[in-house]
Write a protein of this length. Sequence first.
Length: 276
Amino acid sequence: MQHLTELQSLDNKPNIKTNNMSKKRVVIKVGTNVMTNKDNRIVGPILNELVRQIAELYENDIEPILVSSGSAIAGKEVLGDCSSDDPSTRRQIFSAVGQPRMMRHYYSLFHDHGMRCAQVLATKRDFAPGKHRENMINCYEGLMKEGVVPIANEDDAVSLKMSMFSDNDELASLVAELTQADALILLTDTDGLYTGHPDDDDSEKLAQVRHNQNVEKYVQKNEKGEGEGRGGMKSKLKIAKETARKDIPTFIANGKRKNVIVELLEGKDVGTRFYA
C-alpha cells in the first residue's frame, strides 16, 4: 500500500495550503446519495470503505473530520412514514430517529479499526462570532487532541427554519474554515464536475476549476425526494468555489469509488479540484 507521503508534497502545490499545525487536517463530507442504493437503503460496505480510508489518513498523521449526512434517510428506514404533514417537522422526526442509528454504525466501524469517534451536532448560530463559536472550536480541538474523530451533522431536532444550513455542504465548509483545515473533500455519486451530463459521451470531467471561473452553466438540474438530502451539484459547486476562495482547496469526487479519498490526497487525477 502506498503511504500518504505525497500529502507532504501538497505544500508545494498551488491548490493546497498548510496550517500552522504540525499535522494536516482534512474535512470529508459524505452525502446521502453516496451511502444509499437505488432503493434509498443505506449500504454498509460503503460506510466501511469510508471509515477504512479515514483510518488510513489517521495512521499517516492526518487529522480527519467527517461531516455525514444520512440521518433523515436512516430514520425513514425505521419509521417508514410519520403522521405529520409539515415538511420541517417530518425532517426533524426522521433525523432525530436516524441520528443515533447512524452513530451506532460509525461507532462500530471505527471501533473495528481501533479508533474512536464522537458526534458533534451544530446549528448555524454556533458559527457566528462569539461564545458559541469559541465553544465549538474548543470542542473540535479537544476531540482531535485526544485522537477522536469528530462526526459533524446539523442538529435538525432544534434548528429553526430561518437558521438552518442550506445543506451539509455548507456545514462542511463552515467546519473547514472553523478548524483551519488544509482541504475540504465533498463526496457525491459522480466523479466530479462535468461539462455536461456525466453519462453523455461528449461530456468531459473538469480536473481543476479556479474559484472565479464561470462553470455554473454545466450544472444539471436535480430533483430529490424526501430524506434524500438537500444538496446537489449546484450547491456543491457554490460551496466549493466559496471555500476555495478562502484558500482552502476543495475537491468534488465520487464517494462510491474505492480508495477515492486516499487517491485525492496522493495527488492522483480523480475528482475536480477547486483552488483560489
